[in-house]
Design a protein around this ligand. Structure first.
Ligand code: GDP
Ligand code: IMO
Ligand code: MG
Length: 426
């Protein structure tokens, strides 16, 4: 069985929690894009794990893979491995030989570029965009290069002059490119990771042919996709479900399920349009109650009502077979709950987002209102435990999106999840 799971909004939908939960039923859990800009939270037994690169199946000690479409900061990965292993978690982790390496100069370039922008993107400053630029420019350092000084030095010899010039032109310090302690540190990490270097496509295809199950873990979300998102306010990778096959080297006919993780409201961290953003006390209350602060950067997330117009596009982009709705508990006790069911664009009512980001920024949400519930739902175990009004909300979203919501999350804990059909857990 091959399942792809992606974020259906602007990231931080609760993918880490859902992946962790699903991982118990899979043999392999695989990251296919992005890098340590991702922050996936897993809460087990009250303990919180923030994962940036290690796939969120770590707590079930599954075979974990980092695919060649990921951009990998080896320091962050090494730190994460050490921190998990110090907790007694055994990691069976493989990294593709072709995985692109985020070098210190990528981070420098990210910071310099963002500083120079008059209209900021609000990147996570992890060097993501510049690492992907190098992949497409065919000037990347790959995982394999870190395992052999000669390979790395040969690559750097060719790459370094252009990088140094770019950094100097932007007013930065070009010595970062060939700074020997950094190179030595990267090679040292490469040596420690050498035994974990693998061929991810081969592993997955063999696993699938042997009837094992594979769960592909998306990072970010649909509207941060570099093609289909809200350019320029996006990340630099392909975040939708189709990208999993291309990035992992698995044929599209192998896919069995596509799970979308979607929050019961919407959040965004960084700049860019978000039509239902609430800049008032309701938005503030969502941020407080939902603890909406970035897992990677700690920045406050912008909060707003559920946007079913964007939701519909996300379903088109990903072809979801089912949805996991998260953070329903955060809406308990509000006076009313609004759902954006259309946009007003220059006086015209539309039900699908305009393709242009500039036009999207002009859209004014058209809402329908639903009554809220006052009960605390964080201990609900089965769907029938939810108050009728909460179930009405879930079912209204299902109607608007036209995809089954098969799981409802009512708290950060692994156990705080309701499967609508216990027989068929996602
Ligand atoms: P990801 O990037 O999609 O994995 O999401 P993050 O981990 O960045 O952010 C989601 C946050 O919401 C984390 O702090 C989770 O522990 C938390 N969370 C996930 N599901 C729920 C839920 O149903 N209710 C509440 N209150 N918190 C949740
Ligand atoms: P997870 O996987 C939310 C946002 C950044 C910025 C834009 C570009 O935890 O859902 P980048 O550093 O990627 O060049 O930044 O994308 N962003 C995320 N927002 N969740 C994420 O990951 C994100 N990864 C990047 O805030 O707006
Ligand atoms: Mg996150």
């Amino acid at each position: 069985m091959f399942t792809i799971l992606t974020g259906a909004q602007f990231g931080d939908e609760g993918k880490g929690k859902i992946i962790d939960l699903l991982a118990q039923n899979y043999d392999l859990v695989v990251r296919f894009q992005g890098g340590d800009n991702a922050g996936h939270t897993v809460v087990v037994g009250g303990k919180k794990y923030k994962l940036h690169l290690v796939p969120s199946g770590a707590l079930y000690e599954k075979r974990l893979l980092v695919g060649p479409g990921v951009v990998l900061n080896p320091r962050v990965l090494w730190g994460e491995i050490q921190s998990l292993e110090s907790e007694g978690i055994k990691l069976d982790l493989g990294i593709d030989a072709k995985t692109s390496i985020i070098m210190p100069y990528h981070i420098e370039l990210d910071a310099l570029r963002e500083k120079a922008r008059t209209e900021k993107i609000g990147t996570t400053n992890r060097g993501i965009g510049f690492a992907y630029v190098d992949k497409f420019a065919r000037e990347e350092v790959q995982m394999e290069d870190l395992t052999d000084r000669t390979l790395l030095e040969k690559k750097l010899e060719e790459i370094a002059p252009a990088k140094e010039k770019a950094i100097a032109d932007m007013g930065g310090d070009p010595t970062v490119v060939r700074y020997a302690p950094f190179i030595d540190e990267y090679l040292e990490i490469g040596k420690r990771l050498k035994d974990r270097v693998t061929d991810v496509s081969r592993e997955i295809n063999i696993a699938l042919s042997e009837e094992q199950s594979v769960l592909a873990e998306g990072a970010q979300g649909a509207f941060l996709d570099v093609i289909h998102g809200t350019q320029k306010f996006v990340t630099s990778s392909f975040t939708t479900a189709g990208s999993a096959c291309a990035n992992l080297g698995v044929g599209p006919v192998m896919v069995d399920n596509v799970v979308g993780v979607i929050k019961a409201y919407i959040t965004r961290v960084g700049e860019g349009p978000m039509p239902t953003e609430l800049k008032d006390e309701i938005g503030e209350s969502m941020r407080e109650r939902g603890a909406e602060f970035g897992t990677t950067t700690g920045r406050p997330r912008r909060c707003g009502w559920f946007d079913a117009v964007l939701g519909l596009k996300s379903i088109y982009l990903n072809g979801y077979t089912e949805l996991a709705l998260t953070k329903l508990d955060v809406l308990s006790g509000l006076e009313e709950i609004k759902i954006c069911v259309g946009y007003d664009l220059d006086g015209e009512k539309i039900g699908y987002p305009p393709e242009s980001t500039v036009q999207l920024a002009k859209c004014k949400p058209i809402y329908e209102s639903m009554p809220s519930w006052t009960e605390d739902i964080t201990t609900a175990e089965i769907y029938e435990d939810l108050p009728q009004k909460a179930r009405d909300y879930v079912e209204r979203l299902e109607d608007l999106l036209g995809v089954d919501i098969s799981a409802v999350s009512v708290g950060p804990g692994r156990e705080q999840t309701i499967f609508r059909d216990e027989e068929e857990e996602l």
